[in-house]
Ligand binder design. Structure first.
Ligand code: ADP
Length: 177
């Protein structure tokens, strides 16, 4: 494989991903330790189209990705139609429910709406490769990891903004033409 000229221009996934330094932390859901109330508060306090699901806040191990729309529709439906579902119900994305005290309300099982294989790149993946993958796979977003820990997210719009910046800085860049 010939080294291409375009590689000289390339920034890395870590340069394009959000959150940036100083931004609020990545908004994530945990796989089996948040209540419906906590999920709703998180979702409603942001406008993001989707949320990574992790094993736990401490581990930040990626489990999957869930769309905001699917999450809100499922919670709404469950509240209307499923007996016993209340704000204190646990939201469970895993196959098996964690043990709960007998008096706990029934959990809301949402494994059906989670994408268990969201596309990921590592923080050091060059952006030209990431852009190529976005184009070829028609991605809307991809997650960024480091040593298996979730670090951030890159959306299609983040990439378009990044491309516009590069074009301004370097109009001769062949990278994104
Ligand atoms: P878009 O980039 O198309 O507007 P979003 O509304 O999902 O899509 O994202 C808006 C911005 O917030 C983007 O810069 C994206 O990288 C970032 N973002 C998306 N999801 C999250 C999340 N769960 N936590 C933190 N930032 C996010």
């Amino acid at each position: 494989l010939e080294p291409k000229e375009e590689f000289e221009h390339s920034s890395l996934a870590v340069d394009v991903m959000r959150p940036r330094r100083g931004d609020p932390a990545l908004a994530v859901l945990t796989q089996d330790s948040m209540t419906i109330g906590e999920v709703e508060t998180l979702v409603e306090s942001t406008h993001y189209s989707g949320f990574p699901v992790v094993v736990s806040q401490e581990s930040q191990r990626l489990v999957g990705f869930v769309l905001r729309r699917d999450l809100l529709i499922s919670i709404d439906n469950a509240r209307k139609r499923q007996d016993g579902i209340v704000s204190a119900s646990l939201v469970v994305f895993t196959e098996h429910c964690p043990a709960q005290p007998p008096e706990a309300p029934p959990p809301l099982r949402l494994r059906g709406i989670i994408d268990l294989s969201p596309f990921t790149v590592t923080d050091h993946t060059p952006m030209d490769i990431t852009v190529d993958i976005f184009r070829k796979l028609g991605l809307r977003q991809c997650l960024v990891t480091h040593n298996g820990r979730l670090l951030g997210i890159i959306t299609k719009k983040d990439i378009l903004k990044h491309m516009a910046q590069i074009a301004n800085r370097d109009p001769d860049s062949i990278l994104f033409n």
